[in-house]
Design a protein around this ligand. Structure first.
Ligand SMILES: [Fe+2]
Length: 290
């Protein structure tokens, strides 16, 4: 029963009681007298009760307004913390750029390519956020690679290649040491697995298809696409064929991804990349020509 119905019922009871008492008073019945006093007291209590209910309504309204403003304040704080965290992560990736200027912007570009693929794969907003951080941080382990190897101009010796490949283990070590928010708990493994291949010949763990996290498979496509379409200090490879240092034409890069789908890359993700080639060209132009 809501308070409006309670008040109406109370009014009705009082009115009826007053009517009865008036009628009975004509008969000067001594038994009725105490009821008249009772009804007066009851009316006073009821009036007081109404005042209290009105007061409580006002306080509830104030409480609701306070809650609302606290919620807004809380939302703004969370937003601010999120922005601070993202800027911290982006600053970390800049330290890798500073160590190896020719690859500057690589993590940022891989992030944009990966997010494009993630959207086309219909990932949720939350998953896209996770993918963003895995992409931004995938090469953070390059901090652990000696400069002599990282910035070497030309082909790596097998020993140097092994040292360079260690960067994904460093990525895992560095990210595992960070106290990441709960939703980003899987980012260290996702980021560390960006060089794994479906046939198990990748590194650092040699995981095969199902053991490779889905987001790492997206990163793999974004990572290689950017590596092939950007200028590098070391030559590009197509299987065992050594190619040039310069940025490769985009259709050639996509044809390499297509050729290696099923062995290196997830075919579904490569197909999405090829379907989105026009958007990839636009992104590439934005990154390299502006
Ligand atoms: Fe890498």
């Amino acid at each position: 029963m809501d308070r409006h119905t309670i008040f109406e019922t109370e009014n009705k009871i009082i009115l009826e009681a007053e009517t009865i008492l008036k009628e009975k008073n004509h008969e000067k019945n001594p038994l009725i007298e105490p009821f008249s006093g009772l009804l007066t007291s009851y009316k006073k209590i009821f009036k007081q009760l109404r005042r209290l209910i009105k007061l409580s309504d006002k306080q509830q309204l104030k409480l609701n307004q306070l809650n609302e403003s606290l919620e807004i304040e809380n939302y703004e704080l969370v937003l601010e913390l999120g922005q601070a965290f993202e800027s911290f992560v982006r600053a970390l990736t800049t330290t890798v750029d500073a160590k190896h200027p020719i690859t500057a912007g690589h993590s940022h570009r891989v992030t944009e390519y990966s997010l494009l693929l993630g959207k086309r794969l219909k990932l949720s907003d939350n998953d896209l956020e996770v993918l963003k951080y895995a992409a931004l941080l995938h090469d953070i382990g390059k901090i652990g690679v000696p400069d002599a190897v990282l910035t070497k101009k030309g082909r790596f010796t097998p020993e140097e290649r092994a040292v360079m490949n260690e960067h994904s283990v460093w990525t895992y070590k560095i990210l595992s040491a960070m106290r990441l928010p709960q939703m980003l708990k899987k980012v260290p493994k996702m980021a560390a697995c960006h060089h794994e291949k479906l046939d198990g010949t990748g590194y650092p763990y040699g995981f095969k298809d199902k053991k490779i996290p889905k987001f790492s498979k997206i990163l793999a496509v974004g990572d290689v696409f950017d590596a092939l379409t950007s200028k590098r200090d070391y030559p590009k490879y197509d299987g065992n064929v050594t190619m040039g240092f310069e940025a490769m034409p985009l259709d050639k890069a996509l044809s390499i991804l297509d050729k290696d789908k099923g062995s290196h890359f997830d075919p579904v993700i490569v197909t999405k990349a090829i379907d989105e080639s026009d958007t990839l060209v636009e992104l590439w132009q934005k990154f390299h020509l502006t």
